[in-house]
Design a protein around this ligand. Structure first.
Ligand SMILES: Nc1ncnc2c1ncn2[C@@H]1O[C@H](COP(=O)(O)OP(=O)(O)OP(=O)(O)O)[C@@H](O)[C@H]1O
Ligand SMILES: [Mg+2]
Length: 476
């Protein structure tokens, strides 16, 4: 359970946060002053701190600096009111995760806390390279094939240097895992690691997200924003899906790599930064260069140290190993004993083409575990798990993404009101219904499967008015 520490002198606010976060399944601790907050962090490291900047005694900023001394990787979200945003911005310049303005937008705040928890864990959850030490680590890069052994050596060579590294490979081959391993085995391991997904952020926001802006840089730039690169000073920035980075931003990135400084949008000040860049892509960069979508100079700059991850179909010999690894991990997550897998099930998995690579294999094993009624995992469960995906629920067969787009477009044309909420609810309903079906109506299992807290899932079942018709309605 993720632990959140709330630091605020306002009793009322602490209480409401406590209630709100507890309902979302967080373990909440509170402190009523900066000093008490520091003591709490020293005593037991939380996943995230949410802290006011204005408190009697020492200022939030000093408290932030002290917490950062204790653990530079601890994500801290600063709470601020209109009029004290300067302190909050100062804190982000010092590496604070983000800040929120009072009065809080609750869903927004919850999303931010969620993201901060994930960011903190990505830094601290150890990734073992190879099976050695895998038992003690949270995750491991698994595989003994020659290509993987080459990869381990390359990670070993590249990690301790400050060189920019480009990680390439198809979707689901473990690029992010490798990026985290590189970071954790680097000299910057104790410092922050920030992930920026170049596709997930709309193009219009990506530039300011990375480089920040000054007040008045564009219409709507009311204050100053510190960019992620500046925020990660002395740390590591992981630029995921770099092949999709717009050309204008590529120019700025090239400059960062060559001159080691950034300029905020609308700013005249050149800000020196010391960050290591790790980038990843599943794109054919050479082709993107030919098409004029990717700068050639940036391409040459990035590819000096390249790690290429093999697709799973080129290393089928690693599949039994991966199956064992996932079974052990997921069974533990679900609080069940590892059932093992039958030889037929493993053989079947080994023979599949795995277009989604290790991610798809992992998801299949996870689903099979949910269907599993006894030990060991059999061929039937594994087959069913592989057949199950969205396909069945798709609107009109074919590519599921395609049909979802089709449905959305049709709805957009309808011109109804509150369309977004409606659509979200429809998908939400579908997702939860499927999860409940997959778990035979077991809501605790469904919550785990969806990565939701049980109270959150129950609230959604209630909201959507879903009745659970289950075969084996368990007292969960
Ligand atoms: N060699 C491996 N050993 C164990 N787990 C792996 C391995 N490779 C990938 N995984 C797991 O598979 C999943 C997908 O990996 P990851 O997110 O790193 O892929 P990716 O290459 O970044 O994919 P995408 O291009 O879609 O972002 C993760 O859960 C990861 O832990
Ligand atoms: Mg990835």
């Amino acid at each position: 359970m993720a632990q959140v520490l709330i630091v605020d002198d306002d009793h009322q606010l602490r209480m409401s946060f406590e209630r709100l976060l507890a309902a979302e399944g967080y373990d909440v601790r509170t402190a009523s002053s900066g000093e008490a907050g520091i003591a709490a962090v020293r005593e037991a490291l939380p996943d995230v701190v949410v802290m006011d900047v204005r408190m009697p005694g020492i200022l939030g900023l000093e408290a932030y600096a002290a917490m950062r001394e204790i653990e530079p990787r601890l994500p801290v979200i600063i709470m601020t009111a209109f009029g004290t945003t300067d302190i909050a911005i100062e804190a982000t310049k010092m590496g604070a995760y983000d800040y929120i303005l009072k009065p809080f937008d609750i869903p927004e705040t919850l999303r931010l806390i969620d993201k901060a928890v994930a960011a903190g864990r990505a830094m601290r959850a150890r990734v073992a390279v190879g099976e050695e030490g895998a038992a003690a680590a949270a995750e491991a890069i698994v595989g003994r094939s020659p290509a993987m052994q080459e990869l381990y050596k390359a990670i070993g060579r590249a990690a301790p240097t400050d060189a920019t590294v480009l990680v390439r490979g198809e979707s689901g081959t473990g690029k992010e895992l490798v990026a985290r391993a590189l970071y954790q085995h680097s000299q910057r391991a104790g410092k922050p690691f920030l992930v920026i997904n170049c596709v997930a952020i709309p193009e219009s926001l990506l530039e300011s997200e990375l480089f920040g802006y000054e007040k008045g840089a564009f219409t709507g730039a009311a204050g100053r924003k510190v960019g992620k690169i500046e925020q990660a000073d002395h740390g590591t920035v992981f630029l995921d899906e770099i092949g999709d980075m717009p050309l204008t931003i590529q120019a700025k990135l090239l400059r960062l790599l060559q001159e080691r400084n950034v300029e905020r949008l609308g700013g005249r000040q050149v800000i020196p930064v010391d960050v290591r860049i790790i980038a990843a892509t599943n794109r054919d960069l050479e082709d993107a260069v030919r098409q004029g979508l990717f700068r050639e100079d940036l391409y040459y700059r990035l590819k000096v140290v390249t790690l290429s991850l093999p697709p799973l179909r080129e290393r089928p010999g690693d599949i039994p190993l991966l199956v064992r690894y996932f079974l052990d991990r997921f069974a533990r997550d679900m609080g069940q004993p590892d059932p093992g897998a039958s030889e037929a099930a493993v053989e079947f998995l080994r023979a599949q083409p795995w277009p989604g690579n290790v991610r798809e294999l992992g998801n299949t094993v996870k689903k099979a575990l949910i269907f599993n009624l006894g030990a060991p995992l059999g061929l039937d469960e594994v087959k069913k798990a592989l057949d199950e995906p969205m396909r069945n629920g798709a609107v009109s067969g074919g590519d599921p993404e395609e049909s979802v787009s089709l449905l959305i477009r049709r709805e957009l044309a309808s011109g109804r009101e509150s369309l977004f909420e409606d659509l979200m609810d429809r998908f939400g309903q579908q997702v939860i219904r499927e999860a409940l079906t997959a778990t035979g109506g077991n809501r605790s299992q469904a919550a785990r499967l969806l990565g939701l807290s049980r109270p959150t899932l129950l609230a959604k079942i209630e909201k959507y008015g879903l009745r659970i018709e289950s075969r084996v309605r368990q007292a969960d």
